[in-house]
Write a protein that binds this ligand. Structure first.
Ligand SMILES: *Cc1c(COP(=O)(O)O)cnc(C)c1O
Length: 497
């Protein structure tokens, strides 16, 4: 039977983070296995369901170790292995063993963040984590933050605060009275912003149409000339401008300082979605990309991306902690005034959640174990790998590089060599699916935006977040991409699909 993942909280040996492989957790122990199980999705899902048996709660259980063995075996055979050097599809990193161990401690405590008596130690840990991260962002002592279940939710909370703030400036109390009186509210973001901005607008009653997308330039950064024109249009209430620091597909960083200056001119909230890019601040080399982050009113960051944490480890930072008033709530059984006066206060008023996991425990443990230098070294390695992969793409006539490397993402295509545009698009999709079902290589795909008369096109994507991967691992990965591309073309009688 495969060993279940180590879930006991052993003290991690203090190690020199620069000498050998980074200790990542994995539930897959077979060294011959690729990042995914080989086979069609239908086969793998059926095999897994068969191992679980009838979807019925058994009337009597099999006991703890049999149950754990079953689930561990299922993850080992049919699960993902993000510690494999050929896992490069999403912003989903391998996770540090120490964070997994600390997360087991957090679960075992079952503390909640909403009240003092749901767990005092974890309250102090979350406060420590958000202050430390706010300091790294360059915010002052008024800044504060809250951990959330993901970047999408951090963005939702930011747009909620921005909405309330824009409404308050017009004398409208949205929380009490709804959106009446808030005339044509709009939120500006780049065309490459994460879709959670649109979802936030929808969820907050502004409607998805309230998200006005701004064209990006040839380096995939928001065009500030277009933003200026859009902000100047009359008849709308500018609620927020969302800059992205590290776009999900390209890693590009919008020009934060000019965006913030424009937004302020129109009284709009400045939110920076740094879900992907925030970790650049761990690296001396990459931190300048985010030098202007402290101009924001709020920042989203995801340490389950660059940060090597198990999900979720997202944070919403707010420059002025008074803005959390949007979530303030007095509840008789949780935070009565006389209890608060006695110091019995929790973090109910920072969140829409009531029970909330102590996700800060793994984060505090990781930051303490590795420090900024350790995490920075991990990121620098991934950044160098991205440059090495890009150079390999450029050197190969069967591949085309589609975007400059900013963080750890490489956008490329299998060359069409004269195929029609639709067939080249289809070729990219087919190559990725073949690699994926082979179980050997897991890469991403996306669409490049249309540019100067050229239509949008499908591209392949490497999201490199494994600092244990080497340049030769990526050589091998790209060799397999090229070979698969040639194979698909050779075997497709009537087009690449
Ligand atoms: C990943 C990502 C998000 C969403 O974060 P989740 O944690 O997946 O909810 C938001 N914005 C950007 C830029 C991202 O890359």
């Amino acid at each position: 039977m495969p060993q279940p993942a180590r879930l006991t909280a052993l003290p991690s040996p203090v190690r020199n983070p620069f000498d050998s492989a980074w200790p990542f957790a994995s539930t897959v122990s077979d060294p011959r296995r690729g990042p995914l199980p080989a086979g069609s999705p239908a086969e793998i899902l059926r095999r897994t369901a068969d191992m679980l048996g009838e979807p019925l709660i058994p009337s009597t259980g099999v006991g703890e170790s049999a149950a754990l063995d079953l689930i561990a075996g299922l993850l080992a055979d049919n699960g993902i292995d993000l510690s494999h050097p050929h896992a490069a599809a999403h912003l989903q990193p391998p996770v540090l063993q120490v964070a997994v161990d600390a997360d087991a401690l957090a679960s075992a405590s079952n503390a909640s963040m909403d009240t003092y008596d749901s767990g005092p130690a974890t309250l102090a840990i979350e406060k420590w984590v958000v202050k430390a991260l706010a300091g790294l962002a360059g915010f002052g002592p008024e800044a504060d933050g809250v951990l959330t279940p993901g970047g999408s939710i951090s963005n939702l909370l930011a747009v909620l605060i921005a909405r309330d703030s824009a409404a308050a400036a017009l004398g409208v109390d949205v929380r009490r009275n709804g959106l009446h009186g808030l005339d044509t509210p709009v939120v500006f973001c780049s065309e490459l912003a994460h879709f959670s901005v649109q979802r936030a607008c929808a969820a907050l009653g502004l409607g998805e149409e309230a998200a006005v997308t701004i064209a990006s330039d040839e380096n995939f950064r928001m065009r500030t000339d277009v933003l200026a024109d859009e902000l100047a249009k009359p008849g709308r209430t500018p609620v927020a401008v969302v800059a992205t620091a590290g776009t999900t597909d390209f890693g590009s960083v919008d020009p934060i300082a000019p965006i913030a200056a424009l937004a302020r001119q129109y009284g709009a909230w400045v939110h920076v979605d740094a879900a992907y890019g925030f970790g650049a601040l761990f690296s001396d080399q990459l931190a300048p990309l985010l030098a202007d982050l402290s101009r924001a009113d709020s920042v989203t960051l995801d340490l389950h991306k660059i940060g090597w944490q198990p999900a979720a480890a997202s944070v919403l930072l707010v420059a002025d902690n008074n803005r959390f008033a949007s979530f303030g709530r007095s509840v008789d059984y949780l935070n009565p005034a006389d209890d608060i006066d006695s110091g019995l206060d929790g973090l109910l008023g920072r969140s829409l959640q009531t029970t909330r996991r102590p996700d800060a425990v793994k984060v505090a443990t990781t930051l303490t174990a590795y420090g900024r230098a350790g995490l920075g070294a991990m990121l620098d390695t991934c950044h160098e790998l991205a440059h090495a992969a890009a150079a390999r793409v450029v050197a190969d006539s069967n591949l085309e590089l589609m975007a400059p490397v900013t963080l750890t993402t490489v956008l490329f295509r299998v060359a069409g060599h004269g195929l029609e545009a639709a067939a080249v698009d289809a070729l990219q999709g087919e190559v990725r699916r073949r690699l994926l079902t082979s179980g050997r290589v897991l890469i991403g795909r996306t669409k490049l935006p249309a540019r100067g008369g050229r239509p949008a096109m499908v591209a392949l994507k490497l999201t490199l977040l494994n600092p244990n991967a080497t340049a030769s691992d990526l050589e091998d990965l790209l060799d397999q991409v090229v070979a698969t591309g040639l194979d698909v073309r050779a075997n497709s009688g009537e087009g690449a699909a």
